[in-house]
Design a protein around this ligand. Structure first.
Ligand code: AMP
Ligand code: TRP
Length: 332
């Protein structure tokens, strides 16, 4: 129905370095597509990044770069809100409150906390531990219905639901209980050098990871060097992790099914297939890179976009925060 209220979809991403093809196909491309169907709220989770020590100048650059890159991917500021988390003070404020409704035991069970504290053993700070309470605040402030997240964030979303239900049990009707939205296609892009592992910017082998802003030659080189198998048949099958990954990347970008791709490359070798995947990625990313180059030079425009979105986000989130505070017993 035309007048039916659209669902609110909300997601944040940490601006912690360059954006990879994995981030794009696994998350950002879906953000762009979701704008057609939902009222979308997106933001850069810059408060979350300081759970790991940051270098100030680099952090500033990463935030602006991420903002420009994500706009370049196709986030439309006329349709969606796209703001910067730290500019909207309600997030930190509700996070404190939710900390008092989240149990130590629950936070201790978070696998990301366990992984990250093993990785940064010299800086296991309280922020790293209570990170999911801030994420819950990000979501619950906007009464979001759907939260598109990767598989690694599903546990945090479950905790958000538990916190919301607990809070609503004490003080009825404050928060909407959100649902995870895990997209069907392109959900997991693997490293081109070790296709049993997720493509990640922290890959020790630079050829394993394609960056959104890599130039055409670099992208082609990385795909040509992609690890495959010795069968030399373009076919999706168990044990063919490298080829499966390339088929999935190609499928997500071209919209062709796995079967169609197998048919199209019947009788052709891996060399041809790798080149075709590389070219499809280059062509797809070309306009994004061009738009990024234009946007990153126009700091005034970027600022105008995020200031406008920051103000609206503050207004929306303030309503939920005030309601929660009033119910708890604060004098407003
Ligand atoms: P990260 O860069 O790990 O913080 O991830 C940011 C977003 O991109 C999350 O939604 C992840 O699930 C998604 N993402 C990161 N790497 C990949 C990948 N290799 N494949 C699919 N999605 C990814
Ligand atoms: N924790 C998420 C990640 O690391 C980022 C994030 C922060 C987020 N707040 C959120 C994602 C709210 C979805 C909704 O990827």
């Amino acid at each position: 129905m035309e007048n039916e209220k659209r669902k609110i979809a909300l997601s944040l991403i940490q601006p912690s370095g360059t954006i990879t093809l994995g981030n794009y196909l696994g998350a950002l491309k879906n953000w762009v597509d979701m704008q057609e169907k939902f009222d979308c709220i997106f933001a850069l989770a810059d408060l979350h990044t300081i759970t790991v020590r940051q270098e100030p100048a680099k952090m500033r650059k990463n935030i602006l770069d991420a903002y420009a890159s994500i706009l370049a991917c196709g986030i439309d500021v006329e349709k969606s809100l796209f703001f910067i988390q730290s500019h909207v003070h309600t997030h930190a404020e509700l996070a404190w409150i939710l900390n008092c409704y989240t149990q130590f035991g629950e936070l201790s069970r978070m696998t990301q906390f366990k992984d990250k504290s093993a990785k940064h053993a010299d800086n296991i700070n309280a922020g790293l531990f209570t990170y999911p309470a801030l994420m819950a605040a990000d979501i619950l402030l906007y009464q979001a219905d759907l939260v598109p997240v990767g598989a690694d964030q599903v546990q945090h979303l479950e905790l958000t639901r538990d916190i919301a239900n607990r809070f609503n049990g004490l003080y009825p009707n404050v928060f909407k209980v959100p649902e995870a939205y895990v997209p069907k296609t392109g959900a997991r892009v693997m490293s081109l050098q070790d296709p049993t592992r997720k493509m990640s910017k922290s890959d020790e082998n630079v050829n394993g990871c394609v960056h959104l802003l890599d130039d055409a030659d670099t992208i082609m080189r990385k795909f040509k060097r992609a690890v495959t198998d010795s069968e030399a048949v373009v076919r999706y099958a168990e044990g063919k992790d490298g080829i499966n990954n390339l088929i999935d990347i190609y499928s997500t970008i071209t919209g062709l099914s796995r079967e169609q791709i197998e048919k199209d490359f019947d009788g052709k070798g891996y060399g041809d297939f790798k080149a075709a995947v590389g070219e499809a990625v280059v062509e797809h990313l070309k306009p994004i890179r061009a738009e990024y180059e234009k946007l990153i030079k126009d700091k005034a425009y970027l600022e105008e976009c995020y200031r406008k979105a920051d103000d609206i986000a503050l207004r929306i989130s303030q309503r939920t925060l005030s309601k929660a505070k009033k119910k708890i017993g604060f004098i407003l």
